[in-house]
Design a protein around this ligand. Structure first.
Ligand code: NAP
Length: 378
């Protein structure tokens, strides 16, 4: 296992951090955890050298912290740092934050949480967290020894990331990042900004929730043509760890084989190890994925709101993702939400308001029809 220094905190962590969000098929909506299996997976990772474990109050229908607490009995707690998260939805004032933190400490069977994160914030949620005094609460809990570090996790756009990052004295930040997300969410700019401020960065969705674990034919052909053979998982983690600003890469593993494979990979990866040829390969791989893009929607939302309620950027995002990563739309939560809420392309009346507003000059009406036909095909 390679260990890395976490920015200004000057502590060492395993490069591989275990995520506790996807045990036992939870990704497909099954929230029942096989506790024994999850405990054994967590301990297997720790025995293999993992020192960083990530969970959250809400994961696995609020059971993830409980299982982690059980896994960390028998001396395992002392071998790891725990990251967990406070969801805005569960708190509304200082008293409720105190109650929630106590609940999390109890579930985790510990007297302190190492990395305590405001969960999945964007600018709006950050303002709400500030309004209820969350930053001061975190600072007080640090002084009281109940948490060690004040952190946040983030899925919004770069400008919001920059604002939030500079708006408080954060100890760590967790962002979604992988070789496909260089210009998405916080992106490479966000990673480098945090690095320049000495703020350690923990990576989530390094395999895009598993979508980068296998490659479509045109991408696999590039991997196969490279002189050194590595699996798509290894290439993805290698690319991430090549960045010196990355402290920890989280991966949620469901099987012992995945843990073992990731332990093996994280023995070999380090910052600055990729050759120019390897970096070019990953640029080519990204381009090959993007070649599979169905429509050049950038998600700017100039077309919104649609007078008939069609979620235009959402539908195009699903259509592109389905094509890029061979995803089954039936397993795509965004697509299910669009259908459930009646925001599908079947609501389009062809008024053309969207096309007049689109800065990319896309043929939106035609695109919506094609997307819907493809996504709803049996
Ligand atoms: N704060 C937030 O808002 C937030 C959001 C997302 C994630 N997270 C955290 O970040 C952690 C990591 O995110 P993630 O779970 O999305 O990570 P990820 O690494 O992108 O995806 C995990 C999935 O990748 C597949 N996988 C992992 N190792 C593999 C291997 N060696 N070979 C083949 N497939 C492999 C598994 O998919 P299969 O299940 O298909 O086998 C696994 O479920 C989560 O567990 C969670 O703790 C936080």
């Amino acid at each position: 296992m390679k260990y890395r220094t976490m920015g200004k905190l000057n502590i060492r962590s395993s490069a591989f951090g275990l995520g506790c969000m996807r045990f036992n098929g939870a990704a497909s909506g099954d929230s029942v955890i096989d506790e024994q299996k999850a405990v054994s997976l967590i301990r297997r990772a720790i025995d293999g050298g993992v020192t960083y474990i990530d969970t959250a109050y809400v994961y696995l229908s609020k059971t993830s912290e409980i299982v982690l607490g059980k896994a960390l009995r028998d001396g395992y707690r002392d071998r790891v740092t725990i990251a967990t998260k406070m969801p805005l939805e569960a708190v509304h004032d200082r008293a409720s934050m105190e109650v929630l933190l106590e609940e999390e400490l109890n579930k985790l069977q510990t007297d302190h949480i190492d990395f305590y994160l405001m969960h999945g914030i964007n600018r709006e949620k950050w303002e709400s967290f500030k309004a209820i005094g969350a930053p001061e609460f975190f600072d007080d809990m640090k002084k009281a020894g109940k948490i060690r570090y004040k952190c946040f996790s983030f899925h919004g756009p770069y400008d919001q990331f920059e604002y939030i990052l500079k708006d408080n004295d954060w100890d760590m930040v967790q962002i979604q990042y992988n070789f496909m997300d260089v210009n998405n969410q916080a992106g490479t700019r966000g990673l480098e900004l945090a690095g320049s401020l000495g703020i350690p960065v923990v990576i989530m969705e390094g395999l895009l929730g598993g979508r980068l674990a296998s490659a479509p034919d045109n991408v696999q052909a590039l991997y196969d043509a490279f002189p050194v053979r590595r699996s798509p998982v290894e290439w993805a983690f290698r690319w991430l760890c090549n960045h010196p600003e990355v402290s920890v890469v989280l991966s949620g593993c469901n099987e012992a084989e995945q843990i073992d494979e990731n332990l093996r990979i994280f023995d070999t990866v380090d910052s600055g190890i990729m050759s120019p040829e390897e970096r070019k390969l990953m640029d080519d791989v990204r381009a090959a994925y993007l070649n599979r893009t169905k429509i050049g929607c950038t998600g700017c939302r100039y077309c919104m709101p649609c007078p008939n309620g069609v979620n235009i950027p959402g539908i195009f995002s699903v259509w592109n993702n389905v094509s890029l990563y061979n995803v089954n739309p039936e397993h795509d939560w965004q697509f299910q939400g669009i259908r459930r809420n009646g925001n599908g392309a079947d609501q389009c009346v062809g008024c053309g308001a969207c096309e007049a507003a689109c800065p990319q000059h896309l043929s939106i009406i035609e695109g919506l029809q094609a997307a819907w036909k493809n996504l709803t095909a049996e």
